[in-house]
Design a binder for this molecule. Structure first.
Ligand SMILES: O=C(O)CCC(=O)C(=O)O
Ligand SMILES: [Fe+2]
Length: 986
């Protein structure tokens, strides 16, 4: 028998007037299950009321036979009207007490709650619609007095909505708010909200902004959820349910909006899939498991669960369709159209689901399966106004934090070397779902399975049916190509997940084993996908941070690999190259340059065919020139660079399109990106791994594409690539192609043809034409000097050949130099920080840095290179020169440098230019004005580049190769004209 906190005699003592309580009275037909022995005058308890309220009191009800109730009701025209209206409303109380019923109807939507103090007992009581309790004080929290008495809420009515009552409500709101905020230690994290906002405003860095916003959104998400719930409780079930369903995902939606604005569609998709799968398998599994440890078998409403389950299946179907359509080779714009169509259907279905849940079948949702125990209606802790205010305040804080969070994703992925997939699929769902996760498991351990299921399953359904179409439609409005192409692996996982969950919930019962099975399914997916990813990594991964290069893997894969973070080396292998997504212009220039690109940071997932734009841009596939759209993919977050690659337009940070500069780089064909193996926990890696699977599929597609014959142009130097150049820029004849473009031997293409595919299938041998790189002229326009750069001057084949010879066949020397110390002014002797060699015609000497260099005999390959270097002058319209010597430098590591200097030694002919050619790793080449050391130019000398320094270059400028850049060997030859010494050679 419940004691319910206080004893009946206490009720009687309440007959004394209490000022605060003047505005209320309560008629208490107590719950039948309360032993009437303890409540001898259960039907007659009356709470005191003031004079002002007497009239209202009289209008109220007193059940027949009451002992000490107010005088019987006098019929007046007014009460007659009330009675009639109550009757017409069909209130079940109308017969018993028409006025009360009518009043009940009138005040139904009012917040009927108050806190009052019993002055004599010095006790605080709380009344909330239908229930009363002695409010537990801080000291006696453990005395079980917080239990509520339930009584028919229709009989508890505020008599007058006067200011006093409102005051009471306000104090109630305050205490409710206090309870909400202090009730959970999670809310301590609210401290991060101002910090997160400050970080964004004051520019503490992207990582700080991300982390602080992340930490702040977790409790705010919970507060948003609670505010919505409170509002739902105050506005009635139907509207409340709708509100709850809609705003329950407020954080996800806000984040999605900002992520879409950033163009991070992959992040959005990732977080959607991540939310659904983790809700269905992990959260539900944990609910079943933890609940199952406390109760042998737990029950829930199977109808509601099954309805949600079928809808989930349906939603997954909608996610499958665009993927399948794309696989069938449909036009990619249809992908977007189909996605939008499906989104509308899903949204309509969601409305049906709401009608079903909140209207036609509401009894099958949210009721306890245990019929013996009457359903307890939850009471609001906050009034409608306060809930709305909380909702508003939380949203107003969440919005800028979400903006900060998504805005810093790019920087974070770069700095912390996380994948955007990890951020999208793991971190963001954690932010959005943390509170729900906790709630679902907690209520499951209290055997409230319907609620638990409602949270876990319901929120997946809501995401699939509401948030998914919401993001697509929002993307539509924002002109962001958010589609439903979730890719095969994702949708298979979703489908299987829904099937597994379906089989566990269909009987309306759960136990710990089912929970374990769901968690197991989650782990199974994680483990399997982890394996796939590892395999991909073994095959694809070119460069692990600081661990070097795997060009062979590149060849095998036939795909360019991108990695993130830190300098990387990209051995071109004549195949494809790297797009660097950095923010500085230098990088952008680099992207437009030859077949080497420096890789560092910000590189997102994979890009079949080409990389197309930067995240912030609104530029979509349609903006890409000359490339069939099905071969293009919009990169979620190529850093801030821009340019044109492979005839594709890249878009600069901020969404500005690059001008129509067309820098074909047909060598850039396909890129993939795989996460580094050290990526965090296996548990959450599931989602990340789906990405790897996705990549695998794309890679397969790319492979086919790579080997496909040319579509449009039989003269293509490289079938299947050249074809993607816009028609106007495609060479018409092979000869013409030769004059501008340098064919290479296509080492990797051959390798591709000869090898089995990386998927083990035997591929047809296709003889392929070598890759083509267009030579690009770039005049640095240095005042007084001639400084022209020809990128891709040497063909890929030449680069490979010469690089090999120069690396292996040259007798490189570690030599000493003597220079004047900048600090002491003394002459100091030390090792040159690189290996060098001087070659020349017979009898040529060249002294620099205190060392006499006697020219070694020309190597035939160096002679060949010299010839081509000389021809380069003509290509630049410069006078012909025959070089008689070459200073050769070999840089084995980024730490191998060449200090700032001018080649102005007496042995050199001042009037002849110096031509510098580079092979291997790209390094920066710094030029500095001698008169103003702040005036600097930095160019990247990539593999196969040719650079001339003439005019007053050596007189007015210094140059050098600083520390850093790509790891890997770089060889540089500077061809010069030395004045033969007379009378005697050295
Ligand atoms: O390695 C380079 O690019 C520069 C070489 C150079 O300036 C020199 O040898 O004098
Ligand atoms: Fe030099």
């Amino acid at each position: 028998m419940p004691t319910n906190g206080f004893l009946p005699h206490e009720w009687n003592s309440l007959n004394d007037p209490i000022p605060f309580f003047d505005y209320w009275r309560i008629y208490t037909p107590f719950r039948k299950d309360i032993d009437s022995e303890y409540f001898p005058n259960v039907n007659t308890m009356r709470w005191p009321y003031g004079t002002k309220e007497k009239l209202a009191m009289e209008l109220a009800f007193v059940p027949p036979g009451s002992v000490s109730g107010p005088p019987p009701l006098r019929r007046t025209p007014a009460t007659g009207l009330l009675e009639r209206s109550a009757r017409s409303l069909g209130s079940r109380f109308a017969g018993l007490c028409p006025v009360a019923a009518a009043l009940a109807v009138v005040v139904k939507q009012r917040d009927r709650s108050a806190v009052f103090r019993h002055s004599k007992q010095n006790q605080v009581f709380e009344v909330r619609a239908g229930r009363i309790r002695r409010k537990p004080s801080q000291e006696n929290l453990d005395d079980n007095r917080e239990e509520w008495f339930n009584f028919d809420k229709a009989t508890v009515q505020p008599i007058a909505a006067n200011s006093a009552i409102r005051r009471l409500e306000a104090s109630e709101d305050l205490s409710g708010l206090k309870e909400i905020i202090l009730g959970s230690p999670l809310n301590l994290m609210l401290i991060f909200a101002p910090l997160g906002l400050a970080s964004e405003t004051l520019g503490w860095g992207e990582v700080a902004t991300f982390l602080l916003s992340f930490l702040a959104i977790v409790p705010l998400a919970k507060l948003l959820g609670e505010a919505t719930e409170q509002l739902a409780l105050s506005v009635g079930q139907t509207l409340g349910g709708l509100l709850n369903a809609t705003f329950g995902n407020a954080v996800e939606m806000i984040i999605a909006i900002f992520a879409l604005r950033e163009g991070l569609t992959e992040v959005v998709k990732g977080s959607l899939v991540g939310s659904i799968v983790s809700n269905l398998l992990l959260v539900l599994g944990m609910c079943f498991f933890c609940g199952g440890l406390q109760y042998n078998t737990q029950r829930f409403s199977p109808t509601g669960a099954r309805a949600q389950y079928s809808l989930l299946l349906l939603a997954v179907l909608a996610l499958v369709i665009p993927t399948v359509v794309l696989l069938t080779g449909a036009r990619p714009d249809s992908e977007l159209l189909i996605s939008r169509g499906c989104a509308i259907v899903l949204a309509v279905l969601y409305v049906c689901y709401l009608v079903f849940q909140l209207y036609t079948h509401k009894d099958q949702f949210g009721t306890e399966a245990n019929e013996e125990e009457p359903a307890e209606e939850e009471q609001p802790m906050l009034s409608k106004g306060a809930s709305l205010a909380l909702l508003l305040v939380a949203t107003v804080i969440v919005a800028p934090l979400s903006e900060g969070l998504t805005g810093s994703v790019e920087g974070v992925t770069k700095t912390l070397q996380l994948s955007d997939a990890f951020v999208g699929v793991i971190l963001l769902p954690i932010v959005g779902n943390a509170a729900e996760h906790l709630t679902a498991v907690t209520v499951a351990t209290k055997d409230k399975m319907d609620l638990s299921l409602g949270v876990a399953l319901g929120s997946s359904t809501q995401i699939a049916l509401f948030v998914v179409p919401f993001t697509v439609i929002a993307g539509w409005f924002m002109d962001v190509p958010m589609d439903l192409n979730f890719k095969s692996l994702d949708v298979s996982i979703l489908l299987l997940t829904v099937l597994i969950v379906g089989s566990t919930i269909s009987d309306g019962e759960s136990n710990w084993l089912e929970g374990a099975a769901l968690i197991g399914a989650y782990l199974l997916i994680a483990v399997s996908l982890w394996y796939i990813c590892l395999r991909l990594m073994q095959m694809d991964y070119v460069h692990q941070f600081g661990k070097g290069v795997r060009p062979k893997a590149v060849e095998e894969a036939g795909i360019l690999h991108l990695t993130r973070g830190g300098p990387s080396i990209w051995k071109h292998s004549g195949l494809r190259h790297l797009w660097h997504g950095g923010k500085d212009t230098q990088v952008r220039e680099e992207a437009e340059r030859g077949h080497y690109r420096r890789g560092s940071g910000g590189l997102p997932s994979l890009f079949p065919a080409a990389i197309l734009r930067h995240s912030r841009g609104q530029v979509l596939k349609k903006k890409i020139a000359g490339v069939p759209e099905e071969d293009c993919m919009v990169s979620p977050d190529v850093g801030g660079g821009a340019g044109v690659l492979n005839g594709l337009q890249l878009v600069q940070d901020g969404g500005k399109e690059e001008p129509t500069k067309q820098a074909e780089d047909p060598d850039l064909k396909a890129v993939t990106f795989c996460q580094r193996p050290s990526e965090p926990s296996w548990l959450l890696a599931t989602h990340m791994l789906t990405r790897c699977g996705r990549q695998m599929l794309r890679s397969q597609k790319l492979q086919k594409w790579w080997q496909a014959p040319a579509r449009h142009d039989s003269h293509s130097v490289r079938p299947g690539i050249q074809a993607y150049l816009p028609k106007a820029r495609r060479p018409k004849k092979p000869e013409e192609a030769q004059s501008h473009l340098h064919a290479t031997s296509g080492g990797v293409s051959r390798a591709m043809a000869e090898k089995k595919s990386r998927w083990g299938r035997k591929e047809k041998k296709v003889e392929q034409a070598p890759p083509v790189l267009q030579v690009r002229h770039r005049d640095l326009e240095l005042p007084g000097a001639v400084a022209v750069l020809l990128e891709n001057y040497f063909t890929v084949e030449e680069c490979e050949r010469y690089f090999k010879v120069l690396t292996n066949d040259i007798d490189w020397r570690h030599q000493q130099i003597t220079v004047t110390s900048q600090e002491s002014g003394d002459r100091v002797t030390g090792d040159e920080p690189r290996r060098t060699l001087f070659m020349s015609d017979p009898g040529i000497c060249y002294e620099y840095s205190g060392r006499e260099n006697v020219g070694q005999q020309w190597h035939p390959a160096v002679l060949e290179i010299k010839k081509k270097a000389e021809e380069g002058l003509a290509e630049c319209g410069l006078p012909q020169v025959v070089f008689n010597s070459a200073q050769m430098n070999r840089y084995d590591f980024p730490r191998h440098t060449l200090g700032m200097h001018a080649d102005n030694e007496p042995d050199l002919d001042r009037d002849s230019p110096i031509v510098s050619v580079s092979f291997g790793a790209t390094r920066d080449f710094v030029i500095q004005d001698k008169g103003d050391e702040k005036l600097k130019w930095v160019i990247s000398l990539a593999d196969g580049s040719w650079f001339v320094m003439g005019g007053a270059m050596q007189q007015r400028y210094l140059h050098g190769v600083p520390h850093g850049g790509m790891p890997g060997i770089r060889i540089n030859l500077t061809f010069r004209v030395c004045i033969p010494r007379t009378p005697a050679p050295c």
